[in-house]
Design a protein around this ligand. Structure first.
Ligand code: HSE
Length: 295
């Protein structure tokens, strides 16, 4: 294979109480066109021309995985385009990790299974909630216990999303630093009950209850909300305009509302004047995850 295309979706992790465990693939994409040539070269919106290729995050991931298999990757021209905003809580780094693993798999002919790709990606990211939907598509419920990822995919969600993307960035590390190191038993039991009911409600298509539970998270939202611009306003106004519920997307600062099918455009219009500095966009679930095509 001398030329191939990799497409990886963005993802919205946590969905309220599913901290580090729930994530939904959405229809924004990181796309790479990879063509074999005599030297490595990255053409990328996030990569200043002249920067050594060894510093590109995707290259580092690809090399790391190839090294683990004792392979040297043949050099390529990698042209990157993306609609996934960086450092906004929409899984840009998870998409890049999946893309890097796929480059290693293709160029090194590693023949990795999905489980192996997910294992590598989760070990790199530290938790599976973004990398799993980026790889597999849909809404993924996952855990990472004893270095093993277990997961289930929920594909049939009859709803849409609206994303509220502010201009400011928020690094995941900063958003994780505000979280408590420990939870009281009573709070942890309550928080996991809320999470359990959210998933059960999503599975039964009871989106009203799912939205209500999403907004009751006790694992991370109470600690992060002061870092998220317009947190209360977005939740309140989205609900007034028919959203089931609104949550921080991943570690933020983007927020997402879960809305009935066909209602996302209406909500977007309502927020145009309210949040003029934001990118407010309708999103749909991506059901496929990673796609690779020979070109
Ligand atoms: N579950 C992660 C967090 C997602 O909220 O910190 C971002 O990596």
């Amino acid at each position: 294979m001398t030329s191939f295309m990799i497409r990886v979706p963005a993802s919205s992790a946590n969905i309220g109480p599913g901290f580090d465990s729930l994530g939904l693939a959405v229809n924004l994409y990181l796309t790479l066109e990879v063509t074999k040539q005599d030297k490595w070269e990255f053409i990328s919106p996030s990569f200043a021309p002249g920067t050594p290729f060894e510093e590109h995050f995707i290259y580092k991931i690809a090399k790391q995985v190839a090294d683990q298999h004792g392979k040297t990757l043949s050099p390529c021209l990698v042209k990157e385009t993306t609609s996934v905003p960086l450092a906004r809580g929409l899984g840009s780094s998870a998409a890049a990790i999946i893309a890097g693993i796929e480059i290693a798999d293709q160029l090194g002919e590693l023949k990795l299974t999905s489980e192996e790709k997910l294992g590598y990606a989760t070990a790199i990211e530290g938790h599976p909630d973004n990398v799993a939907p980026a790889l597999l598509g849909g809404l993924i419920v996952s855990t990472y216990v004893d270095n093993e990822v277990d997961w289930l995919k929920i594909s049939d969600l009859d709803l849409e999303l609206v994303a509220y993307i502010p201009k400011v960035e928020l690094k995941t590390e900063a958003a994780r630093n505000v979280l408590p190191e420990q939870y009281l038993n009573h709070d942890a039991a309550l928080a996991s009950g809320i999470s359990n009911l959210t998933i059960a409600a999503l599975l039964q298509g009871n989106y009203g209850l799912a939205g209500k539970m999403m907004e009751k998270d006790l694992f991370h939202e109470p600690y992060r909300k002061s870092l998220i611009p317009n947190y209360d306003l977005i939740k309140r106004q989205a609900k007034e305009h028919g959203a089931y519920g609104s949550v921080i997307s991943g570690a933020g600062p983007t927020m997402v509302s879960f809305v009935p099918n066909g209602k996302s455009e209406h909500l977007v219009q309502q927020f145009k004047d309210v949040l003029p500095d934001y990118q407010v966009i309708p999103l749909k679930m991506d059901a496929d995850g990673l796609k690779v095509e020979q070109i």
